[in-house]
Design a protein around this ligand. Structure first.
Ligand code: HH2
Length: 265
């Protein structure tokens, strides 16, 4: 289970720099207590149309938080910038979560794991009418190609991720979720992130029939995370760690349930 830790400014807080990192570190400790195996620290939003963050600002956000957490949990850094990845690794991160799928040479050089995520276009362009002839086949082919290059360059731990919501329509996302088994069959460990994403809001409606807003997507997030785990996905990237761990114990990872029932309750 990978817990999402966004270290980005909050317009409702005026607590300044100390408050921002302190709050992030507190949230990370909550997620660790809830059962997160990895904490994914990110200083730049990748949402469609999000403003790019300069490297020095991203470094300022990410590095102190990575440093503070690295002794307590496995830390990954969610970045597309080599300088940020390198500084985070020096601060204790051991996994580069790379939505651009370009940083494998850095992972090889630094001797850490690497997540290759599929994305079509950039944050600015990716949701402008994305098109595929066969989304599942094209995404798998790109990921296997990148993963092969990374392995050949010497990266010992390579993850692949279909990049739900990154240059994909609702239909593309559903097709990718439906074909997770094909990614698992490649032999590379697979990671998936559906947590609170907008396609869930489009499909899951409120009682008024409106698209579910971001804070009403928990049930849909859990349904997709448990589906992914049942397909053999080894890591889910989530905001709601405690709830996802509960769901995983019941239906996502039967092996976890049997080991827990042996100890008693
Ligand atoms: N999704 C987001 C960011 N990083 N990394 C991986 N490997 N897979 C994903 O699906 C993925 C990711 C979405 O990021 P953002 O829109 O910034 O929101 P949040 O980080 O809160 O999920």
């Amino acid at each position: 289970m990978m817990g999402i830790l966004n270290v980005t400014p909050d317009s409702f807080s005026d607590g300044g720099e100390w408050f921002e990192s302190e709050r992030a570190i507190m949230r990370a400790h909550e997620m660790i207590a809830e059962g997160a195996d990895v904490v994914d620290v990110g200083g730049e939003s990748t949402r469609p149309g999000a403003e790019p963050v300069p490297a020095d600002e991203e470094l300022r956000r990410v590095v102190p938080v990575v440093e503070a957490l690295a002794g307590s949990v496995r830390v990954s850094v969610d970045t597309t910038k080599e300088a940020v990845a390198e500084a985070a690794v020096h601060a204790g991160a051991s996994l580069i979560n790379d939505v651009s799928a370009t940083l494998w040479p850095a992972a090889a050089r630094l001797g850490v794991g690497w997540v290759a995520m599929h994305r079509k276009g950039t944050a600015a362009t990716m949701q402008r009418d994305p098109h595929y002839d066969d989304v599942a086949r094209e995404v798998a082919a790109m990921l296997v190609d990148r993963a092969g290059r990374a392995a050949a360059a010497g990266v010992a731990e390579v993850w692949i991720d279909p990049g739900i919501g990154f240059g994909k329509t609702v239909d593309h996302n559903l097709r990718l979720l439906g074909s997770l088994g094909d990614l698992v069959a490649t032999g590379y460990p697979v990671m998936v992130g559906t947590s609170r994403k907008s396609f869930l809001g489009t499909l899951a409606r409120t009682v008024d029939g409106l698209p579910a807003p971001v804070d009403e997507r928990l049930a849909a997030s859990l349904a997709t995370a448990t589906w992914a785990m049942q397909q053999g996905v080894q890591m889910v990237r989530v905001h709601d760690v405690a709830a996802t761990v509960q769901a995983a114990v019941l239906v996502g990872r039967p092996q976890e349930r049997s080991s827990r029932s042996e100890v008693g309750a």
